[in-house]
Write a protein that binds this ligand. Structure first.
Ligand code: BGC
Length: 750
């Protein structure tokens, strides 16, 4: 599958250092758009605002019956602006030809697709990538995804998802950057740059889509599609910053979301789409709805019928309708009756045409339809290297108490246990609709490439039947018949590598959980094996933070590997054998129990945070308040010593921070230094800690480096409850260190 080819140039993983502000439409482009607009009928304009699903794959509830025939007809009539879930050069060309050759004005289509963490060659799931805190690597990973997707005819990805979430029960945390708006914003920008490059008209760049606007990650009780009801402080300071950063970084499209936000569905939300996004932030790309999210406004109790859906969505700034059929059926009558002003339609259509121009589709509608390019670039060897690199950087060493890791390369008997150890599908993770099943390197394969002293026994099945992206994973809750064999093997081995966690389709859309433990009989298997051999290295494979207090207490070594994509097993083996020193840090808090959720590091203080003899303080009777593993936590095979913190106020809103870091261990390693502040007294209370800067760097043993950070207005201010950004003078606390709970502290006064 891996091809070495002369097309290396195309795949050169050039890091793009672009200023990346939204491309302003040139005069020439404006003139062309004006010209086209004058030729378009109202129906054709509305057609541009219509996004249809393709004919084979679905990523939402199955479309209406008979829709396919309409779709072909509408394509020929010019009543379709974009398609989703069509991929592969041949398929894309076929439909593009219909639009270009058979419709009156021949306006080319956009082809959107969920290229979430790769097209065929898969990178780690986004939450795992976020754990790398390595913005260059994350950008490169999106670049690879764009190269492969564009080679398969796609010109628009529905990524990156930038929903901040504090709730590990929500299955879609796997798709985002975790719980923190600062880290989330940096990642959002890196991913947008990776997809879009610095020239959207290049053949290997695609339009990105910032989603889901907004608040989707705050679904009540972590249940997907559930209501979101949050205060303005959370909206402006937690939810919106990654979107603002992506808009400032030039993202060309934004997707709204399924949820109701404070009583108003996002798809019909004027405050979000018109006031904040378009007016205040000056976003000049277009907004697409989520899959039939327009129609869901009826179910929410916000719209009366499909016509009302079209009226509310269009007027509030949702420019393109995905799979609701509401615009194509009702917008014309709404314009005719004056309920939707023609200026609303014109504005939406201009935005959509602009993105098509920027992509170069008017110059060559078939530019993404080169079969040679497709053949040469899918599964390209360079892409495998890039995703391997990303995978290594994404792992987080949670615990290594007895220094079982790294494994010695000397002969020793290694038992490998757990269904996920020999699974070539789960490491690919969720949201990978174009990928080929069972194409990941398994952990077992990775280990066997190092040594033949490996014996594998499954111990127990994780799922009882094959599972797919569209259907839930049936978990084995009963069958423990394989335990005996696994325990016997463990007893005869020097060390046991247990690979446990979630099936690849246990997280993702529609996959919320009420429990965050090891699913099925895995916890029992772990405890049974522990009785026979305590030298266990627990390799976790999962799409969300887990609550594993027993393991954290008893198992000496725990490596979080998430779902690492195509090169999973190779990356894991390199870490286990010490050829790569783990450097990841948690982008999301791990709870002790699900009852603590939502648990996150940047919470507010209560009025009674400290333990007292009496019960009247903010706590649980049956669990501590602290997390199992905090945000920013991650160990290395070496140690880093922080010293000499200096903090100097250099302007009314400018602070210089310096800290020295020394590699105090025996091997080279990478560290992520993290800077947290607290605005001690503010007119709207501020969190007890907020990440405001970080740096990832590597040091040889004994080597020291002085790091410098500058905090400016952007980092020192916050949004008040009217959404106004303010900086208030007064005392700030600062902490610089290796995680959100460990570091040197100081203070400064603005
Ligand atoms: C998801 C979006 C996705 C869309 C199209 C929806 O169900 O929420 O994130 O882009 O489907 O596949």
């Amino acid at each position: 599958m891996i091809r070495n080819s002369t097309f290396r140039l195309w795949t050169m993983l050039i890091l793009i250092s672009c200023a990346c502000s939204s491309p302003k439409p040139s005069n020439e482009m404006n003139a062309k758009i004006n010209d086209l607009m004058t030729q378009m009928t109202l129906e054709e304009k509305i057609g541009q605002m219509n996004l249809y699903n393709g004919f084979w794959e679905v990523t939402g509830p199955v479309p209406q019956e008979g829709a396919a025939a309409d779709k072909y007809q509408h394509l020929k009539q010019g009543y379709v602006g974009a398609m989703l879930n069509i991929h592969g050069v041949e398929n894309v060309r076929q439909l593009q030809e219909l639009a270009v050759n058979e419709s009156r004005l021949g306006i080319p289509l956009l082809f959107g697709y969920d290229v979430i963490h790769g097209y065929k060659t898969l990178a780690p799931i986004p939450l795992a990538e976020a754990a790398s805190w390595d913005l260059e690597a994350i950008q490169q990973s999106a670049r690879v995804a764009a190269i492969e997707a564009s080679a398969a005819g796609i010109n628009w990805t529905f990524a990156p998802m930038m929903d901040i979430s504090r709730d590990a029960r929500w299955g879609r945390v796997m798709e985002g950057g975790g719980e923190d708006p600062y880290l989330g914003s940096k990642i959002a920008v890196a991913r947008v740059r990776g997809f879009q490059g610095d020239d959207l008209s290049a053949v290997n760049t695609i339009a990105a889509c910032a989603k889901h606007f907004a608040g989707y990650g705050f679904a009540e009780a972590g249940r997907d599609y559930n209501t979101v009801d949050i205060g303005t402080s959370t909206l402006y300071n937690m939810v919106l910053p990654p979107f603002k950063a992506a808009v400032d970084g030039g993202v060309r499209t934004v997707m709204n979301s399924f949820n109701v936000l404070n009583g108003i569905p996002a798809t019909g939300n004027t405050l979000l789409q018109r006031d904040i996004l378009k007016r205040s932030w000056g976003f000049d790309g277009f907004v697409v709805s989520d899959w039939a999210s327009g129609n869901e406004m009826i179910t929410h109790g916000f719209a009366r019928d499909y016509s009302h859906v079209a009226e509310l969505a269009a007027n509030s700034g949702s420019d393109m309708d995905m799979e609701s059929y509401a615009y194509v059926k009702h917008l014309k009558a709404l314009v005719d009756s004056g309920k939707v002003d023609i200026s609303v339609i014109d504005d939406a259509v201009r935005r959509i045409l602009k993105v098509k121009f920027e992509l170069g589709l008017f110059d060559d509608p078939y530019k993404y339809c080169d079969p040679d390019r497709e053949k040469d670039l899918i599964y390209h060897e360079d892409h495998q290297k890039a995703v391997l690199d990303m995978a290594k950087k994404s792992m987080v060493l949670l615990k290594n108490e007895t220094k079982l890791l790294p494994l010695s390369k000397e002969q020793q008997k290694i038992a490998v246990i757990g269904a996920l150890a020999n699974d070539k599908n789960s490491p690919l993770g969720s949201w990978r609709i174009s990928s080929d099943d069972n194409t990941a390197v398994s952990v077992l394969e990775g280990l066997l490439s190092y040594t033949d002293q490996v014996t594998y026994i499954k111990g127990a099945e994780l799922v009882t039947a094959e599972t797919t992206f569209r259907h839930e994973a049936p978990i084995n809750e009963i069958d423990k018949s394989g335990f005996g064999e696994a325990v016997t093997l463990a007893g005869k081995s020097d060390v046991v590598v247990m690979v446990l966690g979630e099936h690849g389709f246990q997280s993702g859309e529609g996959r919320s959980r009420t429990r965050l433990d090891l699913p099925g009989v895995q916890q029992e298997l772990l405890e049974a094996v522990y009785e026979a051999n305590q030298n266990i290295i627990l390799v976790l494979m999962n799409g969300r933070p887990l609550a594993i207090p027993w393991a954290a207490e008893n198992i000496p070594t725990i490596l979080e590997t998430w779902q690492l994509g195509s090169q999973s097993g190779n990356a894991i083996a390199q870490v286990l054998f010490g050829d790569y020193n783990p450097s990841g840090k948690l982008p999301m808090t791990f709870p002790r129990s699900v009852g603590q959720v939502p648990i996150f590091y940047n919470h507010f203080s209560t009025g009674r945070p400290d333990a007292t003899e009496m019960v009247f303080w903010s706590h649980y009777m049956d669990e501590s308040n602290s997390p199992l593993y905090p945000f920013g936590h991650g160990l290395s095979y070496t140690t880093f010593n922080y010293s000499d913190l200096t903090v100097e106020v250099t302007g009314s809103a400018e602070v210089d921070v310096q800290v020295a870091v020394t590699n105090s261990g025996q091997v080279a390693g990478e560290e992520v230094a993290q800077v947290y502040i607290r605005d001690v007294v503010a007119s709207v209370v501020r969190p007890v800690k907020e990440l405001k800067a970080f740096k990832k760097f590597s040091l040889d043993p004994g080597q020291s480096q002085t790091l410098e950070f500058k905090l400016t207005e952007k980092e020192l201010g916050y949004y008040d409850n009217e959404g106004k950004f303010i900086i208030e003078p007064g005392k700030f606390e600062i902490m610089v260190g290796t995680s959100s709970v460990e570091g040197l502290t100081g203070e400064f006064v603005l």
